[in-house]
Design a protein around this ligand. Sequence first.
Ligand code: MG
Length: 455
Amino acid sequence: MGKLFGTDGVRGITNKELTPELVLRLAKAIGTFFGKGAKILVGRDVRAGGDMFTKIVEAGLLSVNVEVFDGGMAATPALQYAVKTLGYDGGVIVTASHNPAPYNGIKVVDKDGIEIRREKENEIEDIFFSERFNTAEWSSLANEVKKEDRVISNYVNGILSHVDIEKIRKKNYRVLIDPANSVGTLSTPLVARALGCKVYTINGNLDPLFPAREPEPTFDSLKETAEVAKTLKVDLGVAHDGDADRAIFIDSEGRVQWGDRSATLLSYWASVKNPKANKKVITAVSSSSLVEEYLSKYSIEVEWTKVGSVDIAHKVADENALAGFEENGGFMYPPHQYVRDGAMSFALMLELMANENVSSAELFDRLPKYYLVKTKVNLKPGMVVEEIYKRVLETYSSSAVKVITIDGVKVIGKDYWFLVRKSGTEPIIRIMAEAKDESTANNLVNELKRVVEGK
Ligand code: MG
């Protein structure tokens, strides 16, 4: 049987890999899976093809006897929150998140707002390939798509209910928001204004072609945004990906702060706000070991998992964890919802700044400083991934403080850590390493490269 779902939904280049025909069949399979009479919310991000695919998804769902509601354009976490709180049985989101502009995708969420579990993806694939669709009688097709217009207000109010609005308002913060010309622009500025901020936006108009920067926030793609933040001397900058479930922060010195650093601060803050929660955070092996180094001071345990936000979200829910996150800026705050949420992360960061009465730069300076170096090695014929991992383990495990092998090989040393891991999408081995000074990090990566190549 073929495979449709990748690490987070079905993705492909619009009208080439992700075709109208495929999406129609997929929508019929999704609707058949949820069953007759299920109430399904459909929404989308700004991408080209979004309008076309939304209409196809809605038609496909109607054709298999599902009750369809259109939530319009909104941030993915806003749609997920609507599914969870407005009484839906599930949702379909037309989005390709952070992928380059030509891509689009289909994400399926369950009743609780979390992306459906792997077993359920398999069931949908099964229906898709066997074409066992729950085709409706003609008379059921008297039903029409209904409008759901509460998605954004419901989401903004949900976020505001978790922070001390008055405490933040008193600070009169000045903030810069970069929604990458996509759906984050529909909600994050509303959250900021409700919190009394003076709001500046960059790339704040909706544009399906992403004219200003790629939909993925990276050090490179945020250079201009960071410059603007510095020039405007804002208290905090925040940049989203294409569907606004990620938040990458720019501090008051204009420095882009990577997601595992901000998530470490937010995890600490979550433990202060929720003293009764399980003192554990869940993150992927690709996060920095500074997470553990910093949070252990507050007796917060770190559980390392495989890379992939969907598995992290389910683990956070199953284990009643304090928080979950990925290093790319996706942070999950369970009292609000179990999925990554860019605007929620932003509101929490403002609340932490207000509570501690410090600037965002001072907050980030509390974290240990590491230098990150990344590289990759192309997998040539004859190179066996398991043998590479074995060589890395043999070379480094005796000097390690901790070795984690659930997804590649992660080695944590006294003042360094590294991860050697096969990419999930390309025939390459990714190497990332951090150390307390730049030359140690560079030397470590060069040495690792030789070990991976077997030289
Ligand atoms: Mg995303």
